[in-house]
Design a binder for this molecule. Structure first.
Ligand SMILES: Cc1cc2nc3c(=O)[nH]c(=O)nc-3n(C[C@H](O)[C@H](O)[C@H](O)COP(=O)(O)O)c2cc1C
Length: 130
């Protein structure tokens, strides 16, 4: 594999796999089916999750592309119930203001079928917050 070196960076050449048209279509369909399983989660299982799993999730998030590869982020992993409560209280305070004064009626109408409101009990129920 040929690599181009630029001041501290090493470019990795992308080798396009040799696949038949049929296999490309099949793989893209499979990828779509998998991605279509993703859902917004609004209720969380309180059972514990190994810390290693959380670390791997954060490592996965850190693979996201960023401008000039500056990775301008900090991830905080929270399991302390008193901090989770503080976050819930702060989020609910803001959400109460949003629902009562910030959101126009059509926005609230769009949210209605989802059954969500200012309450965020999941912020205390989930074993971890990131
Ligand atoms: C920018 C953005 C804002 C969202 N705002 C809310 C929200 O205020 N309340 C809520 O319950 N879900 C919210 N969602 C989740 C969407 O309702 C959800 O993605 C959509 O209904 C499709 O469902 P799915 O994610 O399960 O496929 C938001 C999603 C995005 C991307």
């Amino acid at each position: 594999m040929e690599k181009k070196k630029i001041e501290g960076f090493e470019h990795i050449r992308y080798e396009r796999p040799q696949l038949s048209q049929e296999e490309m279509i099949q793989r893209s369909e499979h990828f779509y089916q998998e991605m279509d399983q993703r859902r917004t989660v609004r209720e969380f299982d309180p059972r514990p999750v190994p810390l290693e799993v959380m670390e791997n999730i954060i490592l996965t998030a850190s693979t996201a592309p960023s401008g000039a590869h500056k990775q301008p982020w900090t991830f905080c992993l929270i399991s302390d119930p008193s901090i989770k409560k503080k976050i819930r209280d702060a989020a609910e305070e803001e959400e109460k203001i949003s629902y009562s004064t910030r959101m126009p009626e059509n926005w609230k109408a769009d949210l209605k079928p989802l059954g969500t409101n200012w309450e965020k009990p999941f912020l205390e129920e989930a074993p971890y917050l990131i």
